[in-house]
Design a protein around this ligand. Structure first.
Ligand SMILES: *[C@@H]1O[C@H](CO)[C@@H](O)[C@H](O)[C@H]1NC(C)=O
Ligand SMILES: *[C@@H]1O[C@H](CO)[C@@H](O)[C@H](O)[C@H]1NC(C)=O
Ligand SMILES: *[C@@H]1O[C@H](CO)[C@@H](O)[C@H](O)[C@H]1NC(C)=O
Length: 355
């Protein structure tokens, strides 16, 4: 990615004895994916792969098992459950997953990725052996280990550490008092693996943007993504935010598009004595509270530790107004907050300044 971004991984153990592997995080895929030896065509091991032959608890998931969601009649080997993730080849398998010495799942279901048929396959972040699924699917680590409650904090810089905490007990009680915003979870059949909240308003510098009803209602679903950096709005909603932001920032010298070319609203703050930034806040759901983004969560800085350099509004447009979601919130906007997914409580809570 662009300078200043890093991939977020956690290390977990697969198999017995445990093979420790760094994993990226996903909250919507519906199945965990791990590169497995012998790492066939299109899926090089890069020294980061699970070796099933060294685990004595490894077992394939049979066709017909509730954990096999694939259409087995279309598979070559009729008894093993084939992985049905676009462009990936492999099998759905089970083994022990060790999250911490005291928290493990004995028959954790995941996809053993043995190869790729080419095409835009889901790939783990660099330095990871796969993706650990935290989705609402019953096979996810969150469902298996934590009854649907987990939280994470994505650090903003490589010098600080974040965390992934599973289950209610793992979330220190003293943080509860610092919750500053709550977003009610909604059921969204079209996104059933995802944690969905509704975007009710986008506010810039104290004014709600007049997001047209076509962009806001009908599909006002918002998802949080741990694998993309920026935050994406429907094109019509993004245009309103960008134009209002540009009006407020007209006194600062503009800079060319940045952040890998995705970000079209950039400024050169070099030599400015101070910058008066209109802040963005988001409101989720009818009963939701306001989430105020800090400047570091709104802006992508080309020099990570120097605010007075070139910085870009870290928002961009989704491909179309017909997108099934109205907002995808990326890692920069979520950074340094603890993001608590509380399925039993029907909410996502945000606790700023947690890592
Ligand atoms: C499963 O695949 C077979 C063969 O490709 C097909 O005939 C059948 O309709 C599929 N079943 C479902 C439920 O998709
Ligand atoms: C989201 O859209 C649904 C369906 O159009 C609507 O009932 C609901 O009020 C909207 N929610 C918000 C927060 O705007
Ligand atoms: C930013 O502005 C400073 C001072 O005007 C200039 O020296 C520098 O080259 C500019 N940087 C970019 C990336 O445009």
């Amino acid at each position: 990615g662009a300078p200043g971004f890093h991939d977020y991984t956690v290390v977990v153990g697969y198999g017995t004895p445990a093979q420790q592997l760094p994993m990226g995080l996903t909250t919507g895929l519906g199945v965990s994916l791990v590169r497995c030896t012998p790492c066939g065509a299109g899926a090089p091991c890069d020294d980061l792969a699970f070796d099933p032959s060294r685990s004595y608890t490894f077992a394939p998931v049979p066709c017909g098992s509730p954990d096999c969601r694939s259409n087995c009649s279309s598979s070559a080997s009729a008894s093993w459950c084939p992985l049905t993730v676009p462009f990936l080849e492999g099998a759905v398998v089970r083994d022990v997953l060790t999250f911490t010495p005291s928290a493990s799942v004995h028959d954790f279901t995941f996809g053993c990725v043995e190869g790729s048929s080419g095409g835009p396959a889901i790939t783990p972040p660099s330095g990871a052996a796969g993706l650990l699924d935290l989705s609402r699917d019953s096979r996810s680590l969150a469902s298996r280990l934590a009854g649907g409650t987990f939280s994470y904090c994505l650090p903003r810089s490589t010098t600080s550490h974040g965390f992934l905490a599973m289950g209610d007990d793992d979330v220190p009680q003293n943080r509860r008092g610092r919750v500053t915003a709550v977003a009610p979870l909604v059921d969204c059949p079209a996104l059933r693996n995802h944690y969905v909240v509704e975007l009710a308003a986008v506010n810039l510098g104290g004014r709600d943007l007049p997001i047209p009803p076509a962009a806001a209602s009908a599909t006002n679903a918002t998802v949080l993504d741990t694998a993309i950096s920026y935050t994406y709005l429907k094109p019509s909603a993004y245009a309103l935010l960008r134009d209002a932001f540009r009006r407020d920032m007209a006194r600062y010298p503009a800079a060319p598009a940045g952040g890998g070319g995705d970000l079209d609203t950039c400024y050169n703050f070099t030599g400015q004595p101070e910058v008066a930034l209109p802040l963005i806040n988001l409101r989720f759901g009818i009963s939701g509270e306001i989430l105020l983004l800090a400047p570091e969560q709104m802006l992508y800085q080309t020099e990570p530790n120097n605010f007075f350099s070139v910085a870009c509004l870290a928002f961009a447009a989704l491909p179309s107004d017909d997108a099934p979601v109205s907002m995808v919130m990326g890692t920069l906007a979520q950074s340094s907050m603890e993001v608590v997914h509380d399925v039993d409580g029907g909410k996502i809570a945000f606790i700023p300044g947690s890592c």
